[in-house]
Design a protein around this ligand. Structure first.
Ligand SMILES: Nc1ncnc2c1ncn2[C@@H]1O[C@H](COP(=O)(O)OP(=O)(O)O)[C@@H](O)[C@H]1O
Ligand SMILES: [Mg+2]
Length: 383
């Protein structure tokens, strides 16, 4: 099904902020959500996601700044005059109405009598054709959520706002609904702005993710770009897991060489997000799945040119697709290594002396004047 889009356009936030008394929930924010994109606002609880969303919806008055849609300033418009609909975590369907009538609600309210065709299209879109005459309490959580989405989309909003809409679902259902919502968005082509604290959810669904921290957007980009090129320790730790190793810069050029943990590690200078001068400090980042492990006895077999640090396995967990190791190393704190379960080899037992090695190209560099643990503690999954 294709939607007729009349006056499409980007959502543009300019200098938008929100203060409650002396507390700033959202610092002045500039953000453009391209028309037709699936955009995620990602961050820990309390970082200002809902407030930002509510300012787009008009449910919260901005302290400063403007919201525009397709070039039109809508800052002064009340919620019901904005071409925007919101789906909340508590989707509050009308319990006495069946699925069809819940979906038809927005049309009925506008006095539209012949709703059958449009409701039918929506039922198809969210694949609930067989459930048209059920009441909400006769549906699963995921089905109720799809009714809520259909109920919003039937109004043909230019933008659909979703505030943790999958938060109440169990993990498996949430994964299914993520793919389902993505499919629906692709099909209708409407701009979706999705708020979540779940980084996997944001990465699975969104074209663009804005990582928020303390009322500010810390970094914005495509999921793979954020993951591979975090610009701060917060993003490196909040989005997946990063090993961060502090060291001193011994030379610069096409490659930066850093002394850390008694050895030398290199990274391509274009992957360094901080000014690099000889004698200065740097944090080197490496993702756990990019590291290989060798027994210390087999260290001679490691190809030349790889970054390597020594360590001792302190913990290992077999989780099916991979084995996750925790390794103590003179390079700093404990390091995480994920080894894909491709060839069954005997796991490395805790106590094993190992060498961790990886392609220097996978190393990223961050400013050392940051909290090395920023973002790490706030990763909690509400599953
Ligand atoms: N009406 C309000 N009055 C005072 N503080 C508020 C109000 N609404 C939200 N806040 C505060 O603003 C911050 C951001 O809230 P919110 O946008 O709901 O965060 P998130 O959705 O990311 O969890 C939080 O610290 C919250 O306590
Ligand atoms: Mg919220």
């Amino acid at each position: 099904m294709t939607q007729q889009q009349t006056a499409g356009g980007d959502v543009r936030l300019t200098g938008i902020s929100k203060t409650y008394g002396s507390f700033t929930a959202v610092h002045p924010l500039d953000l453009t959500v391209p028309e037709g994109s699936f955009f995620a606002l990602l961050g820990a609880s309390g970082c200002g996601k809902t407030t930002t969303l509510r300012m787009i919806a008009g449910l919260e008055e901005a302290t400063t700044g403007t919201v525009s849609l397709g070039g039109r300033d809508i800052t002064g418009l009340p919620p019901y005059k904005r071409p925007v609909n919101t789906v909340f975590q508590s989707y509050a369907l009308f319990p006495h109405l069946d699925v069809s009538e819940n979906i038809a609600f927005g049309l009925r309210r506008r006095g539209i009598k012949s709703v059958k065709k449009q409701v039918g299209e929506m039922l198809d879109l969210v694949q609930l054709g067989d459930f048209a005459h059920r009441k909400p309490h006769q549906l699963s959580g995921g089905q109720q959520q799809r009714v809520a989405v259909a109920r919003a989309l039937i109004n043909h909003p230019q933008v659909l706002l979703l505030d943790e809409p999958l938060g109440a679902l169990d993990l498996k259902l949430r994964r299914q609904m993520q793919l389902e919502l993505k499919r629906i968005q692709t099909e209708v082509g409407i701009t979706f702005v999705h708020v979540t604290h779940d980084q996997e959810e944001a990465m699975t669904m969104a074209d663009t993710v804005a990582v928020m921290n303390g009322g500010r957007v810390e970094q914005l980009g495509a999921p793979a770009d954020l993951y591979e090129n975090p610009r701060s320790t917060f993003v490196a730790n909040f989005l997946g897991t990063s090993n961060l190793i502090g060291g001193e810069i011994v030379s610069t050029g096409g490659e930066i060489v850093v002394e850390a943990g008694g050895g030398k590690l290199t990274l391509p200078s274009e992957r360094c997000q901080a000014p690099a001068t000889t004698g200065g400090r740097l944090l080197l980042g490496i993702r756990p799945e990019k590291i290989s492990l060798a027994h210390a006895d087999d260290a001679d077999a490691i190809a030349a040119g790889r970054n390597r640090v020594t360590g001792r396995v302190v913990d290992s967990s077999f989780i099916g697709v991979s084995t996750q190791y925790v390794v103590e190393s003179p390079a700093g704190k404990t390091l995480q290594v994920y080894e894909q379960n491709v060839d069954r080899r005997e796991g490395l037992l805790p106590g094993s002396e190992v060498v961790l090695h990886w392609n220097p190209a996978h190393t990223f560099g961050l400013d050392a004047d940051q909290d090395i643990d920023a973002g790490a503690a706030s990763v909690e999954d509400a599953a």
